[in-house]
Design a protein around this ligand. Structure first.
Ligand SMILES: Nc1ncnc2c1ncn2[C@@H]1O[C@H](COP(=O)(O)OP(=O)(O)OP(=O)(O)O)[C@@H](O)[C@H]1O
Ligand SMILES: [Mg+2]
Length: 586
């Protein structure tokens, strides 16, 4: 049985039109695939992505494929690896058969390792690839990742990594995402099926097939307003059936489609009794797993109060729990409630989730209007936890929100800088620069300022602004050299990478000159910067500044350190590559 919000929940409705898309999707799973295939299904809200993916999943099951699925949830989009956990839950026992380090990386990322190791996103990606590959040896596999625009970034990246490396494995991956562009990580030339509005003839057929289809002038109005969007056709037909005069109140100018759909849905539940609206709001605030936990602790919505909402078809309630008829129904209910009522529901839920610190912290944060140190420190703790599991984006998001909720300026600055540093590996240069810029605006503390400037400068290089990046990194190194030598060496290490990638002798010379300055200040006192090994950095800087001569020499003399240096260079390069990807993605 599908869980709340999962892909089979809005069906079965006979699909009208879409012949080409349907046969393309069905062809991927039936006959069973002989090698891996990936297809992105994109389109605006309500266009039919979920309906088409559900059809493909049904076909796949009939053809003998094992179907694994995950549905992105707005409420989980900030939780590291929440999507991956949802996807792999039914096959986690197979993770035990993975090579030791892969199993450790995967279980660590999912927060299931008793003894977590240092996070390694690459190894987590390899583990998912191996797991899918192992499963596909037993029977072909269909992975359906729907509502990918709400999947947390770490899960998306791991899925994208696995997708780009699948080859002869009998694994098909279908990704559904709202909007015009593929989701983050999937912008590197994966095949795409973009759902355009239905043709006028298909829209007419869909509308006429509704249980209480409008006639005459109202029919023409619904067709014009819906503009070929299946969900709008279905929902507008219900509105007209309930209130035939409704079309007269519709504004002539079209709203953006999602807003229009939300307005339609809001009008449908606005007439419900207050109790039902309260119960719906509680369900909308919880969503997915939180709702199940809340229900099991007596804090869920009251099933009896929900009866009128069920009768309207807004939700379905059965022994598997409650699910909204569509993600837009949940969003519309959530956003139409006044803040104070939403906040009260978030607080109630946080209470019920007392043993799940990350979910609890985010619910409390959603309820906070004013700065609140208690909530900020809870978020900071979840950021640390996410970072330990390799969820860089989740860590940065939590730290950013913690900063916003910090009543004391010094805490705000410290957290903004931590958020900027945490965001570096996500490759989102604009985000890093925004966080660093906000930190610089609120602090005069030298170490924080230099760290923020380092992070911002480093991301400049990703957007091709190498000269600006290099001079900013060198000035951080110079300014830090006297009092903060570890930070200075780190900045010069980054500058060396930029100089090396630029291929320009003048850049390498600028780095060489600064090495002299740092050498004169002597090594940083022990313990000043855990995690920074000045010897390795020195070696890396020298090798980058003189790539032919000194690197060979060092490699002969100190092969282990040279390897570590090279590893650092690759790690920094990864940030730059993922930045280029996310910029292409738009
Ligand atoms: N071609 C179609 N024929 C009949 N019904 C359709 C068609 N396309 C979509 N529907 C129905 O329209 C509604 C919205 O479709 P669906 O949920 O698949 O949209 P979506 O693109 O996944 O939207 P979202 O981006 O909000 O997830 C559903 O009730 C679905 O069954
Ligand atoms: Mg959908």
């Amino acid at each position: 049985m599908p869980g709340p919000g999962e892909i089979r929940s809005q069906q079965p409705a006979r699909i009208i039109g879409r012949e080409t898309g349907l046969s393309r999707l069905r062809g991927l799973v039936d006959p069973v695939p002989l090698a891996s295939q990936v297809l992105l299904v994109t389109g605006e809200a309500g266009m039919g992505k979920t309906a088409l993916l559900a059809d493909a999943a049904d076909r796949a099951r009939l053809a003998g494929l094992r179907v694994l699925r995950v549905t992105g949830r707005e409420s989980e989009s900030k939780l590291a690896f929440a999507g991956l956990h949802q996807l792999l839950r039914p096959v986690l026992s197979a993770a035990a058969g993975l090579p030791g380090r892969q199993a450790q990386a995967l279980l660590g990322a999912l927060g299931l390792a008793a003894d977590p190791v240092a996070p390694d996103p690459l190894l987590t990606g390899v583990a998912v690839l191996s797991l899918l590959s192992d499963l596909s040896e037993r029977s072909p596999v269909l992975v359906v990742a729907d509502d990918a625009h709400w999947l947390d970034r770490s899960s998306l990246e791991v899925l994208a990594f696995a997708s780009s490396r699948l080859d002869a494995e009998r694994v098909v991956l279908l990704v559904g995402a709202r909007g015009q562009a593929p989701p983050a990580g999937f912008d590197r030339g994966f095949p795409e099926l973009h759902l355009e509005p239905l043709s006028a003839a298909d829209a007419g057929r869909l509308l006429d097939g509704q249980p209480r289809a409008p006639r005459g002038r109202a029919r023409a109005q619904v067709l014009a307003q819906a503009a070929g969007n299946p969900m709008a056709l279905i929902e507008l037909a219900k509105v007209i059936a309930d209130d035939p005069a409704a079309s007269r109140r519709w504004a002539a100018e079209p709203l953006p489609l999602t807003d229009r759909l939300a307005a339609i849905l809001t009008s449908r539940f606005a007439g419900l009794p207050e109790q039902a609206q309260g119960a719906l709001l509680r369900a909308a605030v919880a969503d997915g797993p939180d709702l199940r936990v809340a229900a099991s602790r007596g804090a869920g919505p009251d099933a009896r109060a929900l009866v009128p909402a069920e009768q309207l078809g807004l939700v379905k309630v059965d022994r598997t729990g409650l699910r909204f008829s569509h993600p837009l129904v949940r969003s519309a209910i959530y956003h139409s409630a006044p803040f104070a009522r939403r906040a009260a529901a978030h607080r109630e839920l946080a209470e019920a989730l007392h043993d799940q610190p990350d979910r609890r912290a985010w619910h409390l944060a959603a309820a906070a209007l004013e700065p609140d140190e208690h909530v900020a420190s809870l978020l900071e703790a979840t950021a640390d936890q996410a970072q330990r599991r390799g969820g860089a984006a989740a860590a940065a998001l939590a730290m950013e929100r913690a900063a916003e909720l910090s009543p004391v300026r010094a805490d705000q600055a410290r957290r903004l800088v931590a958020a900027a540093s945490a965001a570096v590996p996500t490759g989102q240069g604009d985000w890093v620069q925004d966080l660093a810029g906000r930190a610089l605006a609120v602090t005069a503390e030298p170490e924080l300022r230099l760290t923020a400037r380092h992070d911002a400068a480093w991301t400049l290089a990703w957007s091709g602004r190498r000269t600006a990046a290099l001079s900013a990194l060198i000035s951080v190194a110079e300014e830090a050299s006297r009092d903060l030598p570890a930070l200075a060496w780190n900045a010069l290490g980054s500058a060396a990478t930029v100089a090396y990638q630029s291929g320009m002798p003048a850049s390498r010379q600028a780095v060489s000159r600064t090495v002299g300055l740092l050498e004169r200040q002597g090594p940083p006192p022990p313990g000043q910067a855990p995690g920074i090994d000045v010897n390795v950095l020195r070696l890396w800087i020298r090798a980058s500044a003189d790539p032919i001569g000194s690197r060979n020499q060092h490699q002969r003399r100190e092969p282990d350190r040279a390897r570590v240096g090279l590893h650092r260079h690759r790690a920094l390069g990864r940030g730059a590559r993922s930045c280029r990807r996310s910029r292409r993605h738009g």
